[in-house]
Design a binder for this molecule. Structure first.
Ligand code: GRF
Length: 221
């Protein structure tokens, strides 16, 4: 079966890119990473792409006078690389409505909160400030409004009393690395259906009696 030709957009360290590259290294994984593009020339994630022998490119947003011009260059590069699908992985640029619509339902993002809570920057610090007991991460289809769009997969972690934004971010990041490849696999297998604002996963095995509860009280009710 043909593998889904996937591009990944990054701006920074690229640990989620690494998780996607690691899974895609398995020839049985139904998606392959065919292009990595960074808007920042010094993004450490570029080295991860090179190490995995994936074509990496910089399209520096500071070289464009407006967002439309940058997005058009990005779009052209992705099409040239043969991308059929796109993952944002720590990509710190807002994409224009035109770009988002051109890639509608072929463009996903990962965000370090249980959306729709805590959109925008510093989601983990927002979670700490709000005092939530359960935090997490979300893979979702991208819509023009930042950090919105049909939710595909979420992963939850407890927030501990001693946590700060950094310790919580690390706990969430470990789960991001699990759910992003999982979401891409399900999409590439054709099991993800967008129905209005919601997503239906064909053949998923979520068990209705499994819950994540935090804090835990040693199993006592
Ligand atoms: C992740 O926390 C992701 O959820 C957010 O940006 C961060 C990127 O980290 N969108 P990395 O570059 O994948 O390590």
């Amino acid at each position: 079966m043909a593998r889904l030709k996937t591009g990944v957009l990054i701006s920074g360290s690229g640990t989620n890119l690494q998780a996607l590259l690691d899974h895609a290294a398995d020839p049985d994984f139904p998606a392959e990473i065919v292009a990595v593009i960074s808007n920042r020339p010094r993004a450490p994630g570029l080295k991860r792409a090179a190490a995995a022998r994936v074509a990496a490119r910089v399209i520096d947003h500071t070289e464009f006078s407006d967002r439309e011009g940058f997005d058009a260059a990005l779009n052209a590069a992705l099409i040239e690389a043969g991308c059929e699908f796109l993952c944002l992985a720590g990509f710190m640029r807002v994409l224009s409505r035109r770009f988002v619509e051109a890639w509608r339902n072929r463009l996903v993002n990962i965000h370090p909160s249980l959306l729709p809570s805590f959109r925008g920057l510093n989601a983990q610090a927002q979670a700490i400030a709000a005092g939530v007991r359960i935090a997490g991460c979300t893979v979702h289809f991208v819509r023009a409004e930042t950090d919105s769009g049909p939710i595909i997969v979420q992963g939850a972690v407890p927030v501990l009393d001693g946590d700060n934004a950094q310790t919580l971010a690390e706990r969430i990041l470990a789960v991001e690395h699990q759910i992003y490849p999982m979401a891409l696999r399900m999409i590439a297998e054709g099991r993800v259906r967008v129905e209005g604002d919601r997503v239906r996963i064909l053949g998923s095995d979520s068990s209705p009696d499994r819950a994540l509860i935090a804090p835990c009280d040693g199993g006592r009710p």
